[in-house]
Design a protein around this ligand. Structure first.
Ligand code: PEP
Ligand code: MG
Length: 585
């Protein structure tokens, strides 16, 4: 019997393939029996893993701040004692030798034996110490799993090919590796429309769904699935009739994609002669290839946070310079808007950089606030962007602005960097444009002030919607409230566009709304002419905008802002999106 599951569709496309269940915290333990001659090597492997796990714990102990509560270090001390205890140092080795099994299996067996003993303990406090034992065992297990036995084939290049991966969540690194290896699609149990994973899936063009809780409990590895990225639906063990029908839709989708590709060189001009700028949002190398495929006019948002992630130190000026120069060269003179590090909240870079986890990180020390509280994060970045500006048309964009003094401080840092470069006799563009992101309601309401201090504005709807509607952008439980058409959101967008007009500076939009074909005509009607989006959305957005007439759209778009019911809003939107805009009155 087929089963249907429903989640949040975050990246379009239909795929039919086998399920791959990814359980990162519970590695698959092989029940393989070793040859007797292989046992000594496995013993060495376990001892090495034990030493490495101990070393990691010692590093953790060293990194505990002196003023941390004493039970923090006591906790680690206990774990260090446990790792040296014969229960973990010798017990698994005895099992390994007697059963001739893999180190992981021996350790898991030992875990189960210990669990039985702890379960029988009367004292509830002592019984909970099993949690500590589990932490230590997991620490050793992680080392073992990260050092796969070389005698096995391990993860081959084609491991993900054609598979539909189901996981709790995926890191950006996972997503990129899987895409390189031809994954068909993925479903995660957590995450929302705007989680990093979702944004990356869209930009890499991987059909994806997020937020289907506990899906891994219902799907067996290898089970056949249909994934419908647009509607967020997963069908397990579909009947042949369904498979045939979805294959038909798949062919139709591919046909539409082929038709879209014909628009690559078509200029983006409205019926009434307004030239539109269709730019790309990029963050990884793959995005640049995609940008070229769709012939984007340039980069409206270069997210640079990846440079700060998964490392202990900060990128220096040269590293920034190398990375940005490479992108600028690839763009061959097209504009490149580089955003200053926007770390924190959904762009976590580790406690070293973003500090201890805040109670409410989206409202905390993030974006420009973090960068200004520790300017070593952006001083080398600013200098590097300035250096690139000597040869290429780059601009600097400040994220998460709320207060005017944040603009002033950033402009001051940019001036200081210019002075230093001059002293170092290094060239740069003295008139480099500096813009700011409008993604906090306060900044949209005070957009006139921001517009008078900056060279351009760019509306970040991902955060603007989060803050206006008070919904966590990555929490799937409130995703149903994520509404780009909410009158308050549309009002803030309109206010920002109009503030830009009054100050005679360009206003772009680089949030996901600018890449959604359902909304771009409405945005054009509100006066937006520069759209920056994941490259894979660009041709569809172009198709939606071609043949539109801004003058005629204006009236309907402004009327939509005043709609009092969801139904009338939808009706108006349908009219706005009709290919023949002349029908809108
Ligand atoms: C936004 O908030 O709309 C935006 C473009 O920035 P990010 O998604 O990187 O926060
Ligand atoms: Mg943002």
């Amino acid at each position: 019997m087929s089963l249907m599951f429903s989640g949040i569709g975050v990246s379009r496309g239909i795929v039919i393939g086998e399920a791959y269940i990814l359980r990162r915290n519970q590695p698959e333990i092989s029940a393989q029996t070793l040859k007797r001659s292989e046992v000594p090597r496995e013993v060495r492997r376990y001892k090495k893993a034990l030493a490495e796990a101990k070393n990691q714990l010692e590093q953790v102990r060293k990194s505990i701040p002196k003023n941390a509560p004493s039970d923090v270090s006591a906790f680690i001390e206990t774990h260090l004692l446990m790792i040296d205890d014969s229960v973990l140092a010798d017990g698994p080795l005895e099992i390994l030798k007697s059963r001739a099994c893999k180190a992981e299996a021996a350790l898991e067996h030992q875990r189960q034996e210990l669990q039985k003993i702890f379960d029988e303990m009367e004292d509830p406090y002592i019984a909970t110490r099993m949690d500590d034992v589990n932490h230590v065992i997991n620490q050793i297990m992680r080392v073992l799993v990260a050092q796969p036995d070389k005698s096995q084939s391990g993860t081959s290049e084609t491991d993900w090919k054609g598979l539909i991966v189901i996981a709790d969540d995926l890191t950006p690194a996972d997503t990129i590796v899987m895409q390189n290896q031809g994954v068909a699609g993925f479903v995660t149990e957590t995450g929302g429309q705007l989680s990093h994973t979702a944004i990356l899936a869209r930009s890499l063009g991987i059909p994806a769904i997020v937020g289907i809780h506990n899906l891994r409990d219902y799907i067996k590895p290898g089970e056949q699935l249909i994934l419908h990225g647009e509607s967020g639906m997963v069908l397990a063990e579909p009947e042949q009739l369904m498979i045939d029908s979805y294959r038909k839709q798949q062919r139709l989708f591919r046909e539409q994609q082929r038709e879209l590709r014909k628009l690559v060189d078509t200029p983006a001009i409205t019926e009434d002669g307004i030239e539109l700028s269709l730019m790309a949002n990029i963050e990884i190398d793959e995005d640049i290839k995609a940008l070229k495929r769709v012939n984007a006019d340039g980069v409206g948002l270069y997210r640079t946070e990846f440079l700060y992630m998964n490392r202990d130190d900060l990128p220096d000026e040269n590293e920034h310079f190398q990375v940005y120069s490479k992108v600028a060269r690839a763009l061959k003179g097209a504009p490149l808007t580089i955003r200053l590090a926007d770390l924190g909240a959904d762009k976590e870079a580790g406690a070293e950089i973003t500090g201890p986890l805040a109670h409410n990180p989206a409202m905390g020390l993030r974006g420009v606030r973090l960068a200004l509280s520790d300017t070593t994060l952006i001083i080398p970045q600013i200098a590097a962007i300035l250096r690139v500006s000597a040869k290429s048309p780059v601009s600097i964009m400040i994220p998460m602005l709320t207060n005017l003094h944040e603009v002033e401080q950033c402009l001051e840092l940019i001036e200081q960097a210019k002075t230093q470069l001059t002293e170092r006799r290094i060239k740069f563009d003295k008139d480099i444009a500096v813009g700011g992101m409008i993604e906090v309601p306060a900044a949209a309401i005070a957009a006139d002030q921001f517009a008078s201090s900056l060279d351009f504005l760019s509306i970040g709807t991902n955060d603007l919607i989060q803050y206006t509607l008070a919904i966590d952008r990555i929490d799937d439980r409130v995703n149903y409230l994520y509404d780009p058409l909410h009158p308050a959101v549309l009002q803030l967008i309109k206010m920002t566009i109009e503030a830009g007009k009054r100050a005679d500076i360009p206003v772009a939009m680089c949030g996901e709304m600018a890449g959604d074909p359902r909304y771009v005509r409405l945005l054009l009607g509100l006066g937006l002419t520069e759209f920056s989006m994941p490259p894979n959305s660009l041709l569809e957005v172009k198709r939606a905008l071609l043949g539109s007439n801004r003058q005629r759209l204006q009236k309907a778009s402004n009327a939509l802002l005043k709609c009092s019911s969801r139904d009338s809003q939808q009706q108006l939107l349908t009219k706005i999106n009709k290919t023949d805009s002349a029908t809108i009155h």
